[in-house]
Design a protein around this ligand. Structure first.
Ligand code: GLY
Ligand code: MN
Ligand code: MN
Length: 503
């Protein structure tokens, strides 16, 4: 059994600002004032500064310190249990944060924390590192964080610093990031043999100084025979959502669903795609979302047939459908919804035929979101459900259906993407997890069949050309059956037409 070591109030690497103070009274005074000012702030929302967002014991909104500690304990246990480790007593797990990415001279992009680091620590600052030290029967979590820097904090806002980071996150110890190198050097010196768990394949793309320090640690260290990637272990944990995470997933999917309703209401002939994009962004943010979860697709008419259309800058003509694929990020948890609706409020006959076909398939697939099936099984079911319907409607002409090669080619053109994916802190969440494993309670997945008939597709009858449709919901798998988290987002054609008529 692994145990969590108690918090140590003082640690040997602690770099107290006052250690380095010269004996100048004026400077001492200034420093003290600065320190007092800093004491009121953390580098991220906390209960004291954001009581409207956070409970007393929460590190990030909705997730308690105890849950983060439990996650680290679980990871440590998994590392210890990993077979290849059996002969090795000590392991060190290194999980870097993201760093600031510069957009243009001196101007950073909006910061988004490395998901695995956030999942394990709840710490929201860049240029940090979580180190988990595991030995026979105990483990310690050590956090390296940006140190206080009056100049930088003047521009970027307060940093938590090592002491407040320690109390905020509940790790065993914390130090300034510039002490990582020395820490790793000492670890290497004091341990004869150990395994390193670090993602060397796909470190977070960045200038984060910690990567070169860890690379150097790995290179210099010929005792390190075992370097393994912790990502699959962390993603196994992230795949199954806790009760607190399910609440956050419910909130993010509900707020995006409500935002969609407002965007539908605001649609009218000749509206610019950019207007609907801005409306979605606004409606999500006013409900509490930090930002949209990904660049949305807002595509009128034939542009819906470009799966990753994100230019979102054309006018949508009267009579055209609009396909919007958008979701938000709420306290680290994402929603991912697609709806397709007539911009003028009324489906044409051909649009409704295709739409109802996709909807029937989508609803049948939602019913299969149970532990009997995997996402890979559902992908196969999607084609089994779609094909006879497309034949019946003559979307696939009978001469094509007789030639297996032509049929497969046309089906791939009409539906080129997967049926869905896991959803959570990332949109395409836990990508290292196979889609062949059966669905399990606590997973959240998307179900998103589509039908895309390009205007240039001359095989399909003319009335269907230029129509692209996708319907995407977010589903929680439970013992009691699928729970469609996005059920409040209208998708039945009559419901959509009624909603738009009343706007
Ligand atoms: N929005 C990306 C996707 O649906 O997978
Ligand atoms: Mn999706
Ligand atoms: Mn989507």
């Amino acid at each position: 059994m692994l145990v969590l070591k108690p918090l140590r109030k003082v640690h040997k690497f602690c770099s107290n600002l006052f250690d380095r103070l010269p004996g100048c009274t004026k400077e001492l005074l200034m420093r003290t004032c600065y320190q007092q000012q800093q004491n009121r702030h953390f580098g991220q929302p906390v209960h004291e500064t954001h009581p409207h967002l956070m409970g007393m014991d929460e590190v990030t909104p909705g997730i308690t310190r105890a849950e983060y500690q439990q996650r680290r304990l679980r990871l440590a246990t998994m590392v210890q249990e990993a077979k290849t480790q059996q002969s090795i007593k000590h392991s060190i797990v290194l999980i870097p944060s993201a760093t600031k990415v510069i957009m243009t001279n001196d101007i950073p992009y909006t910061f988004r924390q490395n998901t695995d680091f956030l999942y394990m620590s709840g710490f929201q600052e860049p240029d940090s590192m979580l180190v988990i030290l595991i030995s026979d029967c105990d483990f310690q979590a050590v956090l390296f964080v940006p140190k206080h820097d009056a100049d930088r904090e003047l521009w970027d806002g307060p940093r938590s610093g090592d002491i407040k980071a320690l109390h905020l996150t509940g790790v065993s110890e914390s130090y300034n990031s510039d002490e990582l190198e020395k820490f790793l050097y000492n670890y290497c010196k004091n341990h004869k043999e150990y395994a390193v768990w670090y993602n060397t394949n796909k470190p977070i793309k960045s200038q984060h100084n910690a990567h070169s320090i860890v690379d150097e640690f790995l290179k210099q260290n010929n005792k390190t025979k075992f370097v393994q990637n912790p990502l699959p272990l962390i993603e196994q944990m992230r795949l199954i959502k806790s009760t607190a995470e399910i609440k956050l997933m419910t909130q993010t999917t509900q707020m995006a669903s409500k935002a969609f309703i407002e965007v539908m209401r605001a649609s009218k002939p000749n509206v610019n795609e950019s207007f609907l994009y801005a409306k979605m962004d606004y409606e999500c943010r006013i409900r509490g979302a930090e930002f949209l979860a990904y660049p949305p697709v807002v595509a009128g008419g034939d542009r819906a047939n470009v799966i990753h259309y994100t230019r979102n800058n054309c006018l949508i003509n009267d009579g055209e459908l609009v396909l919007m694929d958008a979701g938000c990020e709420y306290h680290g948890y994402t929603s991912d919804i697609t709806r397709t609706w007539p911009v003028s409020g009324k489906f044409t006959k051909a649009q409704r035929l295709l739409y109802e076909c996709v909807l029937e398939v989508q609803e049948a697939l939602l019913g299969l979101c149970t532990p009997q099936y995997s996402l890979a099984d559902l992908y196969k079911h999607m084609f089994d459900l779609l094909t006879p319907r497309l034949l019946l409607m003559n979307v696939i002409p009978s001469e094509v259906s007789k030639d297996e090669h032509m049929l497969t080619k046309l089906l791939r053109e009409l539906c080129p993407h997967d049926v869905g994916h896991y959803l959570g802190m990332d949109v395409h969440d836990t990508a290292s997890i196979s889609k062949r494993i059966k669905l399990q309670p606590g997973m959240v997945v998307t179900i998103e069949p589509g039908l895309y008939v390009k205007s240039s597709n001359t095989v399909v009858p003319a009335q269907f050309r230029g129509i692209g449709i996708r319907i995407e919901d977010n589903v929680l798998i439970t013992d009691g059956g699928p729970v469609v988290l996005t059920r409040d987002c209208p998708k039945h054609p009559d419901h959509i037409e009624t909603l738009m008529a009343s706007s």
